[in-house]
Design a protein around this ligand. Structure first.
Ligand SMILES: Cc1cc2nc3c(=O)[nH]c(=O)nc-3n(C[C@H](O)[C@H](O)[C@H](O)COP(=O)(O)OP(=O)(O)OC[C@H]3O[C@@H](n4cnc5c(N)ncnc54)[C@H](O)[C@@H]3O)c2cc1C
Length: 287
């Protein structure tokens, strides 16, 4: 199919972008990497009056290490994230996750801001952002506001962005000493969206799980922080009994939907498998 006709705008500044968003309201759509928007246009799932291509807006494509952590511009391509030594050093969870996002050709164009703004519940980067306690900067005419990743993802393809706002940057806070990070997902084929995935971090002290963060994706309407499973692990050795208790707690807090790719029961099972694997690796890893 071909897209319905639309006006195409390529602003060269944020100010011009905000003017266009104001002019078109709900009828204007931001174009970043186009990896989701273009298929949606072609299938006429999206029929905006105007497409606002932000690829020429300057200063949105840098990765910088600051005193507070790693700042990633919204237009940073997922492929650039994958190759970045700064990301490997300061956000190893992201470095582990990003090769699972689609395929190299998709990562060559797909952007970090697009992935967060799209808020696909099976996407890797939103789950990592929640696990890392990231902050999303939303720019708008005359200013910006900071939104905690935990508050940003509201539901399937739904975020806290208000009309007239766009994602401009993501701040991954500097990680406290002693934390280890683990990532794994289960998909039918490498590069497919996950049936279930887990972005996790833990601080292990003398073989005990002192603190842990577990964020599942593909098993809810948004990234799911599994707080009851975290509580079942905290302060304990991750032995078989503790892992079984954490798996039971997890079962009680996940409510995955079924679809053609997997039933709710399958997704719950996969989440339990991921919990045991990832936590097991975090505990065994050398500090
Ligand atoms: C075959 C295929 C497989 C894929 N597999 C995966 C996968 O396994 N995991 C995964 O996470 N993703 C996957 N993707 C999606 C892809 O990786 C992109 O992350 C995703 O399409 C969004 O990024 P984008 O830059 O392409 O955004 P676009 O397609 O340009 O935009 C997507 C949406 O976000 C909005 N938007 C974009 N940027 C901003 C911004 N800065 N501020 C506000 N709104 C914005 C747009 O208006 C649009 O609604 C896949 C895509 C394809 C085609």
């Amino acid at each position: 199919m071909k897209p319905a006709p639309f006006e195409y705008h390529r602003p060269s500044s944020l100010a011009e972008t905000f003017d266009l968003l104001e002019r078109y309201g709900d009828d204007g759509r931001i174009l970043a990497g186009g990896q989701s928007l273009v298929p949606a246009l072609n299938m006429r799932l999206a029929t905006p009056r105007a497409v606002i291509d932000i690829n020429r807006v300057p200063d949105l494509d840098a990765i910088r290490a600051t005193a507070d952590g790693l700042v990633i511009g919204a237009l940073v391509r997922q492929g650039a994230l994958e190759r970045s030594p700064l990301v490997r050093e300061h956000a190893p969870l992201i470095a582990a996750a990003v090769p699972h996002v689609g395929h190299p050709a998709i990562r060559a164009r797909g952007t970090v801001g697009g992935s967060l703004a799209l808020a696909d519940p099976a996407a890797e980067l939103p789950a990592c952002a929640v696990a890392l306690g990231a902050t999303i900067r939303a720019g708008r005419r005359g200013g910006h506001r900071e939104i905690a990743a935990d508050d940003f993802f509201r539901g399937i393809y739904t975020t806290a962005l208000a009309p007239g706002e766009i994602v401009t940057e993501i701040l991954m806070p500097r990680q406290a000493a002693g934390w280890r990070w683990g990532f794994e997902e289960l998909a039918r084929r490498h590069g497919d969206f996950a049936l279930a995935g887990l972005a996790a971090g833990a601080r292990i002290a003398a073989g005990v799980v002192a603190e842990v963060r577990l964020v599942f994706f593909g098993v809810g309407t948004r990234p799911v922080r599994a707080r009851r499973a975290e509580a079942a692990l905290a302060g304990r050795r991750a032995d078989a009994e503790t892992l079984a208790a954490a798996a039971r707690a997890l079962d009680g807090e996940l409510d995955p939907a079924g679809d053609v790719h997997g039933s709710p029961a399958l997704r719950r099972h996969l989440a339990r498998v991921l919990l045991a694997r990832v936590v097991g690796r975090l505990v065994e890893a050398r500090a």
